[in-house]
Design a protein around this ligand. Sequence first.
Ligand code: PGA
Length: 432
Amino acid sequence: VITRVCARQILDSRGAPAVEVDLHTNKAVHRASAAGPGAPEGGAVDAVRDAEKRRLLARAVADAVLLINGKVSEALVGMDPQQQAQIDQAIMDLDKAHHKTEIGANAMLAVSIAACKAGSAEKEVPLYKHIADLVGKSATTLPVPAITVINGGTHAGNSLPIQEIMILPVGAKNFEEAMQMGSETYNHLKDIIWEKYGSDSCNIGDDGGFAPNISSITEGLDLVIAAIDRAGFNGRIKLAIDVAATDFCVGKKYDLEFKSAKKSGQNFKTADDMIEMYSHLCSEYPLVSIEQPFDKDDWEHSKKFTTLELCQVVGDDLLMSDPERIKRAVNEYTCDALALKANQVGTVTEAIEVVKQAKDAHWGVVVSYRSGDTEDSFISDLAVGAAAGQIKAGAPCRGECITKYNQLLRIEEELGSEGVYAGENWRTTTAS
Ligand code: PGA
């Protein structure tokens, strides 16, 4: 049984405060942490921040820590950690606000994940297996990694407007080979950037992707294609981009030069121009997935683009991992894949429900990390247990990224011949 829940403030990969939880049972201690930033405006809130705003740029979470050590711990003591749904209900009962304003979604999630880890230990099964049981399936699917190789947008100091260019090794025979292909391509890309732009262009952005000072999307895609070619993986690696277009939507237009000191005025695009640009990119490159191609509230153009069925369209800010927004997007066909950010949801049970909702609609599911993340690798077990098919965890470098990929390597090893890599079925994989 749960005997105590203790929280502390730690730092995430951007040096911002995050919540870590030690959940004690009568047998062991189980540790979890959740990434800091929650949803965009209109979604679940971040951990309660200190009323006293002097420390850590007003982002300290000592108040959230006190809440967990106090009323959350009191509510959970005596509960069986295998009863995830009851535990999560008890946590939710303490914060009934729609946007989880009293404790914060990520603070709640850290407690919920720690309980899930305790539940798997109590049951003496691996975490992904425990999650598969909670989902109600016996899944053994290893996800295709969407590996970030180039950063831009608000995640890097260069002029590239889009946030990430990613590679998807769909042609690998297993997850281990996928990471080998990802790592080799990433390192060839570094050489290519070095040769073309010099050593100071090999600095990396928030997700570990290289951030050369390019401004055009096609220039970035061309660099990645050259790296895939040099690594010898032509045809076996597909491309994805995360546009994060909300960040440069001005009025109803998109400012592709939002980070450039000098603006030519040529790159201020309407949503229809953006659709034309994406259509062109899909025909010229092996681009199979576009995340957040429009502003978070531009349902109309997201639908218009999704309906063309040129690639997977992933809703990130559009959905905020919120069941209500997902329901609307399913009904209106506004996108056809979910970026699941568990810290926008609040508990493991709710995260699983959201995955089921997306799967029931035959959507793709991308279990996603956060750009400011911790060393917790729970999302890897979640991606396997829920048979998501896709995981996005940044570059094959930086501790908070590789901890997720390395956990997947361990899971694959443990599963042996039972471990099925989603591969070409990355969009449609379902748990049996
Ligand atoms: P975010 O980015 O954590 O800054 O929202 C993650 C992503 O979508 O790449």
